[in-house]
Design a protein around this ligand. Structure first.
Ligand SMILES: [Zn+2]
Length: 356
């Protein structure tokens, strides 16, 4: 009778110590430093990168607005608006009950891309979607990776079929938020040197084996950017180059119409407490706040990295980053730019009276 508890106690200590796997190892930090939790952003924020699919009940919308108020989130941009009837329904759903608190971006219908007439049809659809209330265009990462023409050929990011669509965005003065590629480590060997090894272990389908390579996709993206200097682009996830701010800065220098959001890549800026804030201050007109998955408990990590000078604190998603974060201590002027000023400038129809 007493054997079982004894055995469990033994397993819980000595045996466990030797058998612990790297996935289970979550060491606490013994560092003692000042800590400043930031439950609410210092200034009102526009989250330019959020996803809410399908119809949302009035009660749920009210709850979301309550959560937004607590976080000081003034506006959420729902990038998953779709096109046509779905877009129309999304605009109604989000904008009627809480005017001004939500913006909706349209998405292209890639069905039939590569056939005659698609470029003009896609441009016309967008024009209709903007008339219905869309305030921007979001292009998902499937474009460049899994979107294929009827012959089964991959459509590259710089495909000329997109030109009429982009020209329409320039004419209607709406931004294009585009997600190209994924972290470069998804293409690298999944070995002991891979920074995203844990993520690839937990999410094996994220491993990229077939072409195009990360470099191919980025080169296609950059050729596309060059062709459309009149379009305001926002590269999602810092264009997956938040780990190389020299390269990203060169891209921003070359293209004054290109911007980045920091959605789901907080772990990049959070590990560079010196050159990170230098970059954000220098490009304060080009960096926008975004979060990606809407999870109220996770926003304060962003506020803390951007606003404080806290040191070596935990991130909320270990498989994105096994390291800890540092605060950048950004000045008020920079914070206001990335929290709302840039978004108000780029996205038409946002009520500027919500700010200051
Ligand atoms: Zn996203």
């Amino acid at each position: 009778m007493r054997l079982l508890p004894c055995l469990l106690a033994l397993l819980g200590t000595g045996a466990m110590a030797q058998d612990l796997s790297v996935e289970e190892w979550e060491p606490r930090s013994t560092l003692v430093v000042d800590e400043h939790e930031v439950p609410r952003a210092k200034f009102p924020v526009i989250d330019v990168h959020s996803h809410h699919r399908g119809s949302i009940s009035e009660a749920r919308l009210d709850a979301i607005v309550g959560e937004m108020d607590a976080l000081n989130l003034a506006v959420l941009v729902n990038l998953s608006g779709g096109y046509g009837q779905r877009l129309r329904a999304a605009v109604q759903n989000f904008r009627q009950r809480h005017p001004g608190r939500f913006a909706v971006f349209a998405n292209p219908d890639f069905g039939g891309i590569g056939t005659a007439g698609w470029p003009e049809r896609a441009a016309r659809q967008l024009e209709e979607d903007v008339e219905a209330g869309a305030q921007g265009l979001k292009i998902f990462k499937s474009f460049g990776m899994s979107v294929r023409d009827p012959q089964g050929r991959r459509v590259p990011v710089d495909d000329p079929a997109m030109d009429p669509l982009f020209r329409t965005c320039a004419r209607l003065k709406i931004p294009v938020l585009i997600h190209v590629a994924d972290p470069a480590e998804f293409w690298a060997p999944q070995d002991s040197r891979n920074e995203r090894w844990l993520e690839l272990k937990l999410r094996p389908r994220r491993k990229q084996e077939a072409p195009p390579s990360f470099e191919d996709l980025i080169a296609e993206r950059d050729r596309m950017l060059k062709r459309h200097p009149d379009v305001n682009f926002i590269l999602a996830h810092m264009g997956w180059q938040g780990n190389d701010l020299g390269k990203l800065g060169a891209l921003l220098d070359e293209h004054p119409n290109v911007h980045v959001d920091i959605a789901a890549v907080l772990y990049e800026l959070g590990r560079i407490p010196f050159s990170g804030p230098e970059f954000v201050n220098r490009y304060k007109d080009r960096v926008l706040f975004g979060k990606d998955s809407y999870e109220p408990s996770e926003f304060p990590y962003y506020w803390r990295v951007l606003e404080t000078r806290d040191e070596y604190f935990e991130y909320y998603r270990r498989y994105h980053a096994h390291w800890r974060l540092y605060g950048l201590g950004l000045p008020d002027d920079t914070l206001k730019h990335i929290y709302w000023k840039n978004a108000v400038r780029l996205i038409p129809g946002i009520d500027a009276s919500l700010f200051e």
